[in-house]
Ligand binder design. Structure first.
Ligand code: CA
Length: 239
């Protein structure tokens, strides 16, 4: 997928799947999310949402309650029952506002709830808050570990006052590693977290990009922070 060079957008655009059958609302949501620097993906029903999620894990789902094929609540329940999608942040959209419906949405595993008609500005604020809570690596905050600084807003990695050059995949990979310090990350976990996809990419691809990332970090010696865990995957160790 090509990323626009628009200054608004960063290399860490969170992918947000909009599941909404009303085209006018879907377009309005997509427009607002794009403006806020997110990468919207569109689905008009639950079936299309499911196949998109199977192909690539989004960072968050905006899920309409009433869909033509399956209710949003049922889809949310299904996502929560699957280990791959259990942690996926979900915001339910609905025209209903009765208290009992809200409880139904939360029972099904929604993290937040927005009632139509909604203010796009408020919705974006809620998305931001939820991403911060659930997927810190999808936010734009700079991270710094052992003198290595990564700035998602400017797409820069800086060490010892100098900028380190790397490709967009290495950048995303480094960001994910820096946000998951000390944790052993399997190749499939990295594929889901960095590529958002565990279906069409071979696990060997991860090794290729880790190698490139180590090369990019060599000038400042930070390549030593990436540890290969035999039979486990990789770990970013502050030392
Ligand atoms: Ca609907």
């Amino acid at each position: 997928m090509r990323r626009s060079a628009h200054s608004h957008e960063t290399a860490m655009n969170a992918r947000i799947l909009i599941v909404e059958d009303e085209p006018s609302i879907r377009d309005l949501l997509a427009l607002n999310l794009r403006h806020a620097g997110y990468e919207p993906q569109l689905a008009a029903d639950a079936g299309s949402a499911r196949s998109q999620i199977d192909a690539a894990l989004p960072d968050l789902i905006l899920l309409d309650w009433m869909l033509p094929d399956q209710s949003g609540v049922d889809l949310a329940r299904r996502l929560r029952a699957d280990s791959r999608t259990r942690e996926l942040p979900i915001i339910m959209l609905t025209a209903r506002s009765a208290e009992s419906d809200k409880l139904g949405g939360f029972d099904a595993g929604a993290d937040d709830y927005v009632t139509k008609p909604f203010s796009p500005r408020e919705l974006v604020a809620r998305i931001r808050a939820l991403l911060r809570r659930r997927a810190p690596e999808a936010t734009d905050d700079p991270v710094e570990v052992c003198g290595l600084r990564l700035e998602p807003q400017t797409f820069r990695v800086i060490a010892e006052g100098k900028q380190l050059r790397m490709g967009p995949t290495e950048f995303r990979l480094l960001h994910y590693l820096m946000k998951n310090l000390d944790r052993v990350l399997s190749r499939s976990k990295l594929l889901d977290g960095v590529w958002g996809d565990h279906v069409f990419i071979e696990e060997r691809t991860v090794d290729v990009h880790v190698r490139r990332l180590r090369l990019a970090l060599q000038p400042s010696g930070h390549d030593r922070l990436i540890e290969t865990v035999r039979g486990g995957g990789y770990r970013f160790l502050p030392q």
